[in-house]
Design a protein around this ligand. Structure first.
Ligand SMILES: C[S@@+](CC[C@H](N)C(=O)[O-])C[C@H]1O[C@@H](n2cnc3c(N)ncnc32)[C@H](O)[C@@H]1O
Length: 224
């Protein structure tokens, strides 16, 4: 069953044209990683106009399903950078509906929720049905809740926040795919998405561009 899985060190963007997969699950890169696209955190709308408007039309999940798990907002120079708004807007403009929204608690506190709340948005291409296993499996008590967690802590390696709670991709993968499907994460960090896919007999295609993070991720794949 698991015949098509890879955790790759390198830039996913240059392979996007040829990569094939059933379901997309990923975080979105931080503003700073996208300077190459012309994204400037002091001009938040460039996240949409310079990156998302290029990226989203290139996504081709065979099931038509895309989950973006990300920190909803961040602050810079006393303003909110409203990623959740740009993500929704761009998917709507590209023929998707918002199929489901979930949130997970990162920690209690107040800092305009940049570090307190994770957003998990699932979009569905209008012309594809996709899979929604909540109806038939026992995912109801996990995926079915609107507010998830708190889970384990994330980590910082080489200045990047990695190690998203395993449960987040796990619950989404169980809900939106079946065994044997290929799960794609082009911004994979330690490979949490791939590890969750592997655990549940799905294939995975996961990229990470930073060697230090990839090396740590590889250890996890070898151990699990
Ligand atoms: C938010 S982190 C992902 C965390 C991941 N979900 C985990 O659990 O570890 C985003 C990752 O994308 C990587 N990245 C950014 N641009 C990339 C690119 N063009 N190709 C591959 N990886 C990239 C960054 O190095 C970073 O580790």
């Amino acid at each position: 069953m698991l015949n098509d899985s890879q955790y790759i060190l390198g830039d996913s963007i240059s392979n996007m044209k040829t990569d094939t997969y059933d379901y997309f699950f990923s975080g979105t890169p931080c503003y700073e990683d996208l300077e190459i696209f012309g994204v400037d955190k002091n001009k938040p709308s460039t996240y949409k106009t310079k990156f998302l408007d290029w990226f989203v039309p290139r996504l081709k999940p065979r099931l038509g399903t895309v989950t973006i798990a990300f920190t909803g907002c961040r602050r810079a120079n006393s303003q909110i950078l409203p990623k959740f708004f740009y993500v929704n807007q761009t998917f709507f403009q590209n023929g998707y509906i918002l199929k489901d929204t979930k949130y997970y608690i990162k920690k209690n506190g107040y800092d305009a929720y940049s570090h307190t709340l994770g957003h998990v948005y699932t979009f569905q291409k209008k012309d594809k049905e996709g899979i929604f296993n909540l109806r038939k499996h026992k995912n109801f008590n996990t995926y079915g809740k609107d507010l998830w967690g708190p889970f384990g802590k994330e980590k910082v390696i080489d200045g990047e926040v990695v190690a998203q709670p395993f449960e987040v991709p796990e619950m989404c993968i169980l809900n939106y795919t079946n065994e044997g499907h290929v799960v794609y994460d082009p911004f994979g960090g330690l490979g949490t998405t791939g590890l969750a896919a592997k655990k549940h007999q799905r294939n995975y295609l996961v990229y990470e561009i930073r060697e230090q993070i990839y090396t740590e991720g590889q250890k996890l794949f070898n151990a699990n």
